[in-house]
Design a binder for this molecule. Structure first.
Ligand SMILES: [Zn+2]
Ligand SMILES: [Zn+2]
Length: 155
């Protein structure tokens, strides 16, 4: 259950276990594709006046493109998440606190799962740190060996 009914939290912690399919709507617009469903677990509980704390774990396989040679790169996402939600206006300046409208009746954790996945993908993914990339002249994958073009002189 990744969309938590806040009324349930009055009775104690609620387990947040769920699987998001690769093509779940929540992932639309992300500059990545998923190689496997995303597994989420953890639990959420009330903490203080109007506040909730989610401690979870997000696990998945993201597919990105190597920035140098454009081959597919599989990235494992395996990350702990700790998020605070509150409708207390005094806490809204705290960047670690997510604002909860006072009238909220549920917390949708899927959008935070989306955020975690986006954060987990490096801005410059590489298939390996020393990827040789593509020849700028003929486009050959230089990881497979020299392409035969003249080697540019780097001085
Ligand atoms: Zn590469
Ligand atoms: Zn070449």
């Amino acid at each position: 259950m990744l969309r938590v009914d806040l009324r349930d939290l009055k009775h104690g912690p609620v387990a947040t276990t769920g699987t998001l399919a690769r093509d779940d709507r929540v992932f639309e617009g992300l500059d990545l594709s998923l190689a496997a469903p995303v597994q989420v677990d953890g639990r959420i509980q009330a903490s203080g006046a109007g506040g909730y704390f989610w401690k979870g774990h997000v696990r998945g396989q993201v597919q990105a493109q190597c920035r140098r040679c454009l081959s597919d790169v599989a990235l494992s996402v395996d990350t702990d998440v700790g998020l605070m939600f509150s409708s207390d206006p005094d806490l809204q300046d705290d960047p670690s606190v997510h604002e909860l409208p006072p009238s909220a009746t549920q917390i949708d954790l899927t959008e935070f799962v989306r955020e975690e996945l986006a954060l987990a993908v490096p801005g410059y993914p590489l298939c390996r740190p020393d990827c040789a990339g593509l020849c700028p002249r003929c486009g050959a994958d230089l990881n497979a060996g020299p392409c035969g073009c003249a080697v540019p002189d780097h001085g």
